[in-house]
Write a protein that binds this ligand. Structure first.
Ligand code: SAH
Ligand code: DHB
Ligand code: MG
Length: 220
């Protein structure tokens, strides 16, 4: 089925996702720099942009920048005076992303904070006055539940939280696994299933990147 998934994604992209120099360059430059090709697919990137636009997001927080591909999609949802903060542990990834975001003409809206997200999130939470309208959690999978906790702390009523990679070829079902990534994802589901402050669902996906899924939450 892998080829069929890829072909349908290519069909969707061809019909609905306009060809775009800045996004193509972001993927090409990330590959040239040796970054892993694990950015969201084009149709997924556009979906993120549309979700952010649907709620009129003005402030977006992304956890896990890589080469800035999803960053560019999300920053395009913002108004001129909007702001996107994106968190990345690897200085090399951040440097590639910075160039890609600049090439896309979005540097004035995007700031990249380099460091372990648990630390950069703590720094964002400390002043107790910032909030974000939209969150995209897509960094290491082991800390997902903690990132969700921080997103809640930085949210307002109506904020939307999207988490990537919550299915991983069905491995999310394995309650006995020692894989920290899957354990982190299961901890996220456990955390949210007992959380009265959000409405949440998760949707499985197939496509370019195989079988996976997004978790979607809205803060009450
Ligand atoms: N959102 C990107 C893909 C992100 S891949 C896109 O779709 O285009 C995951 C990224 O998270 C990698 O760049 C990785 O270096 C980063 N990462 C991993 N652990 C992290 C941590 N503890 N803190 C911040 N970033 C982390
Ligand atoms: C992989 C995919 C992702 O979307 C991600 O954020 C991390 C890893 C992967 O396919 O390995
Ligand atoms: Mg991902």
């Amino acid at each position: 089925m892998g080829d069929a998934f890829r072909e349908v994604d290519a069909f969707i992209a061809e019909k609905l996702v306009a060809h775009d120099d800045a996004l193509d360059a972001a993927v090409a430059e990330s590959e040239r720099a040796g970054l892993p090709p694990i950015q969201v697919s084009a149709p997924q990137g556009k979906m993120l942009m549309m979700l952010a636009r649907m709620i009129g997001a003005r402030r977006v927080l992304e956890i896990g920048t890589l080469g800035g591909y999803s960053t560019i999609w999300l920053a395009r949802a913002l108004p001129e005076d909007g702001e996107l903060v994106t968190l990345e542990i690897d200085p090399k990834h951040a440097a590639v992303a910075k160039k890609n975001v600049e090439r896309a003409g979005l540097a004035s809206r995007v700031s990249i904070r380099v460091g372990p997200a648990l630390e950069t999130l703590a720094a964002l939470e400390a002043p107790r006055k910032t909030s974000f309208d939209f969150f995209f959690i897509d960094a290491d999978k082991a800390n997902k539940a903690r990132y969700f906790e921080s997103a809640l702390a930085l949210s307002r009523s109506g904020s939307v939280i999207v988490v990537d990679n919550v299915v991983r070829d069905g491995r999310v079902l394995d309650g006995k696994t020692t894989d920290a990534n899957i354990r982190g994802t299961r901890a996220l589901f456990d955390r949210i299933s007992n959380e009265p402050r959000v409405d949440a669902t998760a949707i499985q996906t197939v496509g370019d990147k195989g079988w996976d899924g997004f978790l979607l939450a809205i803060v009450r």
